[in-house]
Design a protein around this ligand. Structure first.
Ligand code: R5P
Length: 292
């Protein structure tokens, strides 16, 4: 097996390769003057099991095209198999038609990845695991939640209350709860499909003077985490830690979440940012170790 770190996941790819003791193959990447992406395999990959690591956080369209080029070129150059490791899978939230006439963007991305020649697709904490059913090739959805929970424990948050900022995040909060053992609940949230504005129905939690951890798959604008943090602080929670697998942090989201009262914001190296604290490399390496 050889590991190819894509331009969006250089460090993570190297970490995964190192954990596996696999050969890490570097690829030449550049952009043409008009912005088009270029990739070139330098090493011979003929008859190799190629593992491509490329996250698709913003600029997601460019990173998706790079991923497609890497998959297609690997197959074309004789790779025996191609596994695409895409920790953050862009467009995964548009997994159905919310309004008449909309593109089901996730399904389009899946078609492209399969058409490029991927034999297997692996992601981390995808927004809706059920949406991976659109794939015909084998898939895996790994979870960073236990790693995040262990990190919270290291930070002295054992016994903290785990909060899911919406119903979909409840299974994730339950994983964190199983490590922190401080109780668990969720907030009813609705998002206006036109304006994107969220409305959260306030619930009362047993957090007076206690620590709390809010867990979600993604932080994008931070609106969801800000609403959850504000409610916990209003109910006199002591420390509030905000944790997610994919910290996109658009438009100063981190600062806004801290302003809302969070004491820490934690993300993984699925998306490199200044809140990247936990690495998903061990769970990906474990999966690959078992799968080959
Ligand atoms: C949506 O339901 C997701 O699970 C996240 O809660 C959402 O994408 C976060 O977005 P934002 O940070 O913009 O509220």
């Amino acid at each position: 097996m050889i590991v190819v770190p894509g331009p969006a996941s250089k460090e993570l790819g190297i970490k995964i390769g190192t954990l596996l003791g696999a050969r890490v193959v570097h690829v030449e990447f550049k952009h043409f003057p008009d912005g088009e992406s270029y990739v070139r395999y330098i090493d011979d990959i003929n008859w190799e099991d190629v593992v491509i690591v490329q996250t698709t956080s913003p600029p997601q369209d460019t990173r998706l095209v790079q991923l497609l080029l890497l998959i297609d070129a690997a197959k074309d150059l004789g790779a025996r198999s191609v596994t695409a490791i895409v920790p953050y899978f862009a467009y995964s939230r548009q997994d159905k038609r919310f309004r008449p006439g909309e593109a089901i963007s996730l399904r389009t991305m899946i078609k492209l990845i399969e058409a490029a020649g991927a034999d297997r697709f692996v992601t981390v904490d995808v927004h809706n695991p059920d949406a991976l059913r659109y794939f015909k090739i084998p898939t895996a959805n790994l979870s960073a939640m236990s790693l995040l929970a262990e990190y919270a424990k290291e930070c002295g948050l054992e016994g903290a209350f785990s909060l899911a900022p919406d119903e979909h995040a409840l299974p994730r909060a339950k994983i964190v709860e199983s490590v922190l053992n401080g109780g668990c609940d969720w907030l009813p949230k609705e998002r206006d499909s036109i304006t994107g504005k969220i409305t959260v129905v306030e619930k009362t939690f047993d957090v007076q003077g206690k620590d709390a951890v809010v867990v979600d798959d993604i932080i994008s604008t931070g609106g969801t985490m800000i609403a959850a943090t504000s409610i916990l602080k209003k109910q006199n929670a002591r420390r509030v830690a905000v944790m997610c697998a994919h910290a996109l942090l658009m438009g100063g989201a981190k600062e806004k979440i801290i302003e809302a009262g969070a004491d820490m914001v934690v993300g993984t190296d699925s998306v490199s940012s200044d809140v990247t604290t936990v690495s998903v490399a061990p769970i990906v390496a474990d999966y690959l170790r078992k799968g080959f």
